[in-house]
Design a protein around this ligand. Structure first.
Ligand SMILES: Nc1ncnc2c1ncn2[C@@H]1O[C@H](COP(=O)(O)OP(=O)(O)OP(=O)(O)O)[C@@H](O)[C@H]1O
Length: 608
């Protein structure tokens, strides 16, 4: 399509009825009362330095190139308005949203400013100013809508009585038309719950609990059918009308929504190609020579006009040049200049309104931990199949050992020592794996299994003394808890660490005294060392074995006393019993602290 280069001003329209209606709508919006809040984005740019090629192509991998992801983006939005950001995939919509919200990764260089009510937002203030609804709904499947919002409110709001939280949750549910599904479960992939649109509304509701003035939403309609997507956008418009600023990135909205947005921005290759009211948009593109044909979706048409087609180098050059021309025209237009004037006015206003922070009086860490624990437990406990599977997994594991060992003998020649060591090895080696597989839920399940086993007398014929059994159970539980506290470790090498821990620390595969000195030192860092010593002492201390004369293994009867066996494999372990217990249990707070520290470091380091 051959087009003329558009004039740099937005003059009157060409008189089409649809455009007039958009224009009158825009004018009406302008006449509305002065906004209580405004958001200004001034010359925001974001560049990243990236490798020119993949790691297996060494010459290009060694070269670095700078890539401009956002190029001097400026825009201004007032409260009561909803801004829709459009653009083809990879145009920079999410990055712009992240830059506004102060969530951009540290992998690149961000410049420019974000203002609220004419006051510059410092990076550390961003989190307290904006509510950000992510593209995916991170909700616990087995909780009801009301429970989900109540727990979120308990985590977010301090100095709120239970009654106040209840009222807040009811008000937010009413605002988002969720009251009728308040007692329905969220649902998951394998069991039905509320609909996708309702789920999205729960995610938005979670953010509204803190009364934000500015809400940013990254593609809230993705994955929804077009009618539900429309309903979500209309709902967001309603939220904006209640004196909020709503900024939403969106893919392929239906044409009816054209009149719903207060402002529409189009991004392409990191450039803000246009940002203005729907009526202004029609006029602007018409004057650029890019008319929206009748019966066509203006969103699709204008995004097409501004997109860069990279299929061939010729198309890329032509479409890039067209996009560049439109962007230049926009920057020279009255629409852009008036936006800059509004921003300037807000910056230089003598009585600037304070930054409207969200209610951020969140409770103490301990209270939060309690809420998280209750929430997780309630969610897990409702997972009938999951609970059943965990119980049966451990039961089968126990039964397997029972049938494998049948009943332990006291005769050394019949494997009395070997069998016991085998069971202890299993207990130390296998329990962290079940911990990994069951992650957070395992501790409860294990305790239930432990109760069940003791009631059923399934103690596999090991030492019957209840105190010793308690000690044994307490030792076996540690690996579970250690793994449970940091489920991320499951994915990042805990299996390897466990194997290494058994090799170095247990002394089963190679006696600790025979290992090179460096491994002997390393063994002190493994919880397996302490748990093995404890289990060996717990089981073997005070045991006197028999040894039948029919033994064909030479030397099998040399060690027939439990204490001798301990001293042979784990010298001094009997006198270290209490110390070993203390050291073993000190892994819990130590690893908890390590987990918290690694989360904190991750928070700072991980980009996007
Ligand atoms: N930290 C980064 N390092 C390298 N490239 C980045 C980084 N952040 C964003 N990009 C690139 O910038 C471009 C814009 O990404 P962005 O996610 O903002 O696009 P988008 O318009 O939201 O796309 P979509 O609609 O597909 O979600 C993409 O090509 C992305 O790969």
């Amino acid at each position: 399509m051959s087009r003329s280069f558009c004039p740099p001003t937005a003059g009157p329209g060409n008189g089409r009825t649809v455009q007039e209606s958009f224009r009158s709508l825009s004018e009406k919006r302008e006449e509305q009362t002065a906004p209580s809040c405004s958001l200004g984005v001034s010359n925001v740019s974001y560049t990243v330095s990236e490798r020119a090629g993949p790691w297996w192509d060494v010459p290009s991998f060694r070269k670095r190139r700078t890539r401009l992801i956002l190029n001097e983006v400026s825009l201004h939005v007032n409260s009561g308005e909803i801004l829709g950001i459009l653009g083809n995939s990879g145009s920079g919509k999410t990055t712009l949203l992240d830059a506004i919200a102060g969530r951009i990764g540290r992998s690149g260089t961000l410049s420019g400013d974000v203002f609220i009510n004419g006051r510059r937002i410092k990076p550390e203030q961003s989190q307290d100013c904006f509510s950000y609804v992510l593209q995916s709904d991170n909700l616990l499947s087995y909780l009801t809508v009301e429970e989900t919002l109540t727990y979120t409110a308990q985590l977010a709001l301090r100095r709120h009585s239970a009654e106040a939280i209840k009222k807040k949750v009811s008000a937010v549910m009413a605002e988002l038309s969720l009251t009728h599904v308040g007692h329905s479960v969220i649902g998951g992939r394998i069991f039905p719950g509320i609909s996708g649109g309702e789920r999205r509304r729960v995610s938005i509701a979670s953010q509204l609990l803190q009364d934000p003035k500015v809400i940013l939403l990254d593609e809230p309609t993705t994955g929804l059918d077009s009618m539900t997507a429309n309903q979500i956008v209309v709902l967001l418009t309603e939220l904006a009308k209640r004196d909020r600023i709503v900024i939403v990135t969106i893919h392929q909205p239906r044409s009816e929504l054209f009149r719903v947005f207060s402002r529409i921005a189009i991004m392409s290759c990191g450039e803000l190609v246009f940002c203005g009211q729907p009526g202004e948009m029609v006029d602007f593109f018409s004057q650029c020579g890019y008319e929206c044909p009748e019966y066509c979706n203006p969103f699709d048409i204008y995004v097409d006009f501004t997109s860069v087609d990279t299929r061939t180098s010729e198309r890329e050059a032509a479409t890039f040049s067209r996009m560049h021309d439109i962007t230049s025209s926009y920057r020279a237009s009255d629409i852009y200049q008036s936006m800059l004037t509004k921003m300037e006015l807000s910056l230089h206003s003598s009585n600037k309104v304070a930054i409207p922070f969200k209610s951020k009086e969140s409770p103490s860490g301990l209270v939060k931990l309690g809420v998280l624990f209750r929430r997780t437990m309630r969610n897990l406990s409702r997972d009938r199949m999951g609970v059943l599977m965990r119980l049966s997994q451990n039961l089968i594991y126990g039964l397997f050992i029972v049938f494998f060992v049948v009943r332990l003998d006291d005769d050394v020649a019949k494997g009395a020592v070997q069998d016991r060591i085998g069971i202890i090895y299993q207990a130390v080696g296998a329990s962290p794996y079940t911990g990994m597989l069951n992650a957070v839920a395992l501790f409860t399940a294990l305790r239930a299994i432990g109760d069940q086993e003791s009631q059923d007398g399934l103690t596999v014929g090991m030492h019957p003394d209840s105190l010793r059994f308690l000690c044994f159970s307490a030792v076996v539980l540690v690996p579970h808890i250690i793994v449970v506290h940091n489920p991320n470790m499951v994915n990042s090498g805990v299996a390897l660490l466990n194997i290494a821990g058994i090799l170095v620390g247990s002394g089963f595969l190679r006696s600790t005294q025979q290992m090179p000195e460096v491994f002997q030192w390393l063994s002190y860092l493994t919880f397996q060392k302490y748990s093995c010593e404890l289990l060996i002492v717990t089981e073997f201390h005070g045991l006197n074995f028999t040894c039948s004369s029919s033994s064909i293994i030479p030397g099998a009867c040399v060690l027939a006393q439990g204490s001798e066996i301990i001293d042979q494999g784990y010298p001094g372990a009997q006198s270290r019993y209490v110390l070993d217990f203390l050291l073993l249990y000190s892994f819990l707070p130590a690893l908890l602290l390590l987990g918290v520290a690694s989360f904190k470091i991750r928070e700072r380091l991980v980009a996007r």
